[in-house]
Design a protein around this ligand. Structure first.
Ligand SMILES: [Zn+2]
Length: 432
């Protein structure tokens, strides 16, 4: 049993599950097609589901069970998941090796979170099979129990209802809280200072000051960036400098925005300046002129091609090392820093939700990290002003080694919009 990508004649792709004879497993395939084409799920979702379902079917096959019989013994499957490492649970492991020999001192090989994710995919497949008449309905009550809603938070229960009933999965491990840390402002400034190019500084700022995900940064097209005070000439009603995060599935660098919903993200002064500085750097590479992507290869081949996703982690890691930081902040921690700064500065959680592009507010709530420097939510307005001033002075570009230059109007592209003055670094190493 293995997950396998399928490309249809239309060009659409999804993942399915093949058995040992390389034949498609019907119950899994029908579910995965439904996810991809019936519910318009992402290809990456079918990939994750197919991998999880392949694990389950592999366990069923190696333990001599049919898959419905496996569902009845899901607890055993969970134990296997926790202790069967790749040499036992992998697609290449022989059936004879499919035995779990866990002894004292053996730690679990999969986390509770990973096991719960596998179970989610298996449950969804079973529910689809029952609905499609491929399996007996009693499996639903094996997987779910009827529970009341007293354990849900008040917001999820609604205001006027009494107690109501819902389905609750019977098989679920307790996941230890593992919050993603936020990058400290001082670390972000240190990374900015150690970046080697205006392009790299812009990338860091787009994550740390605009809250974009890594793939959203690299998927930006020139037409998504509106830096004018008034963008109505470009046919856009959003006021002031901003950019649009748009999901495009066909980006050649694989940079697909996570959310289908478009969102507009306001840009602050520092980020707009970084766009301007980057434009000059980019203009020196003729191959870049043909690309519609904002962030392209300027220093390594193929010149002008959209940047790879890995390149973002590489440049942050390298800058953090030059800055003498310990573990480098990850792109996602920078997004957390942005969200926390919005909340620290008095923004409401639904504003942060909108800026981050979350469909559900519960996704935003895990982003609320109190400012490590010690500003509390109860801070007075004066404190918040002080905080804003402090982060501004941290971020403000030093003037040494820079010169003021005039740039020309390029409004046809919507790229830098109007003529004006911009700081241009004399050498690549200076922050902004
Ligand atoms: Zn716009």
């Amino acid at each position: 049993m293995r997950a396998f990508p399928v490309r249809l004649p239309s060009g659409a792709r999804y993942w399915t599950v093949l058995d040992e004879d390389l034949a498609v497993v019907g119950v899994a395939d029908s579910f995965l097609r439904q996810v991809r084409f019936g519910r318009d799920g992402a290809e990456s979702t079918t990939k994750a589901y197919a991998g999880s379902i392949a694990l389950f079917l592999r366990w069923c096959a190696r333990s001599g069970r049919s898959w419905p019989a496996g569902i009845e013994q899901l607890g055993l499957f969970m134990t296997w998941l926790a202790h069967a490492g790749p040499s036992v649970s992998g697609a290449g492991a022989s059936a004879a090796a499919g035995m779990v020999l866990a002894g004292p001192g053996m730690g679990p090989v999969r986390s509770a979170r990973r096991i719960n994710a596998v179970l989610t995919a298996v449950r969804a497949m079973v529910m689809h099979a029952v609905a499609a008449g491929q399996a007996s309905g009693h499996l639903v009550s094996v997987l779910y129990e009827l529970a009341d809603d007293r354990d849900l938070p008040e917001a999820a229960r609604g205001e006027n209802a009494g107690m109501s009933w819902r389905m609750r999965a019977r098989h679920r491990l307790h996941e230890p809280e593992r919050p993603v840390g936020r990058a400290a402002d001082a670390d972000i400034v240190a990374v900015l200072g150690a970046c080697c190019s205006a392009r790299d500084r812009l990338i860091v700022l787009l994550m740390a000051r605009a809250g974009l995900r890594r793939a959203e940064v690299l998927g930006l097209r020139r037409s998504d960036v509106h830096l004018l005070a008034d963008s109505r000439v470009l046919g856009c009603e959003v006021a002031r400098a901003h950019l649009h995060v748009v999901r495009r599935e066909d980006n050649p660098n694989g940079a697909v925005a996570k959310s289908r919903r478009q969102r507009a993200v306001p840009l602050d002064f520092v980020t707009v300046q970084a766009f301007d500085t980057y434009e000059f750097e980019r203009m020196r590479v003729p191959q870049a002129a043909r690309s519609d992507f904002v962030l392209v290869n300027l220093f390594r081949g193929p010149l002008g091609a959209p940047m790879r996703l890995d390149a973002v982690n590489d440049l942050v890691t390298a800058a953090a090392r030059r800055a003498g930081l310990g573990p480098p902040p990850t792109p996602h921690q920078m997004r957390h820093a942005f969200a926390s700064n919005v909340l620290d500065a008095g923004g409401a959680i639904d504003e942060a939700q909108e800026l981050l592009g979350h469909a559900s507010i519960s996704s935003t709530q895990v982003y609320t990290h109190p400012d490590p420097v010690g500003f509390q939510n109860s801070a007075t307005d004066a404190d918040l002003d002080l905080y804003a001033a402090r982060s501004y002075s941290l971020m403000r570009p030093p003037r040494m080694g820079r010169r003021l230059i005039r740039f020309r109007e390029r409004s046809a592209t919507g790229w830098s919009g109007r003529g004006g003055w911009s700081w241009r670094p004399r050498c690549g190493r200076h922050p902004l």
